[in-house]
Design a binder for this molecule. Structure first.
Ligand code: PGA
Length: 252
């Protein structure tokens, strides 16, 4: 398998600048020899300090959200080129908390993906079905719509700076991880949908990460699946020890 393996910590609204610095200083030597990509999606306020602390390491720093605008009268928003200026290299887009709490829809998410790519900030597009959608048999139609809408009009050349994260909403922060088989089925379907947007050859190269209650105890089983190329980790990424164990246990 030639796809890059990626482990992203999603800190959500956690950690001050001081806490960020001590986390990254502790993490740095522990992941120095890792061949997988180690990434941290951290609060805006910690970006610059986090980037400086991660210098001369293989830790990549990014944000959890981004504006779909370049600049202008958009109070409270932060654009991709501002994030780049602060040293961020990637951003999460369309995380389920953004979709459900802040009402982001697929079209808005698409605008963010296009803007991020234009400004050379790697988008990590997050998708996933709710429990209700799963119970109504709408997993595939939901994922298909999320992928096809968010990636409409994305140029093929841009996808080397792109990855997808499948996060079933019912598994996020609940302790209910998807079984490796359920996750694999969804990943396989997502890769098929990516193939429809780009080509099957291109889709075979795009990393697809699993997210939702990933822990040191369940990562190995997930990573054994052929279409799972890494993880997006919330709660368990807040402690150096559990984050590092997930990366080590998960690296194939
Ligand atoms: P969790 O969060 O690992 O705490 O379930 C994952 C995420 O929201 O990205």
């Amino acid at each position: 398998m030639s796809r890059t393996q990626i482990f992203i910590g999603n800190w959500k609204m956690h950690k001050t600048i001081t806490e960020t610095l001590s986390f990254i200083r502790e993490l740095k030597p522990l992941v120095q020899a890792e061949t997988s990509k180690v990434m941290l999606a951290i609060p805006y306020t910690s970006l610059q300090a986090g980037v400086q602390a991660a210098e001369k390491s293989n830790i990549v720093i990014g944000s959890q959200n981004v504006s779909d605008e370049h600049e202008g009268p958009f109070t409270g928003e932060i654009s991709p080129w501002m994030l780049k200026d602060a040293g961020a290299e990637f951003t999460l887009i369309g995380h389920s908390e953004r979709r459900h709490i802040f009402h982001e829809n697929n079209e808005w998410i698409r605008a963010k993906v296009l803007r991020a790519l234009k400004d050379d900030l790697m988008p990590v597009l997050c998708i996933g079905e709710t429990l209700e959608q799963r119970e109504k048999g709408k997993v595939e139609s939901t994922l298909e719509q999320q992928v096809l809408t968010a990636l409409r009009g994305v140029p093929k050349e841009e996808v080397q700076h792109f990855c997808l994260a499948y996060e079933p909403v019912w598994a996020i922060g609940t302790g209910k991880v998807a079984t490796p088989e359920i996750a694999q089925k969804a990943h396989e379907f997502c890769r098929k949908a990516l193939g429809e947007v780009f080509s099957h050859h291109i889709a075979s190269k795009i990393p697809i990460l699993y997210g939702g209650s990933v822990k040191p105890s369940n990562i190995a089983g997930l990573m054994d699946q052929p279409d799972i190329d890494g993880a997006l980790i919330g709660g368990a990424s807040l402690i150096v020890d559990s984050f590092v164990t997930i990366i080590r246990e998960g690296s194939k």
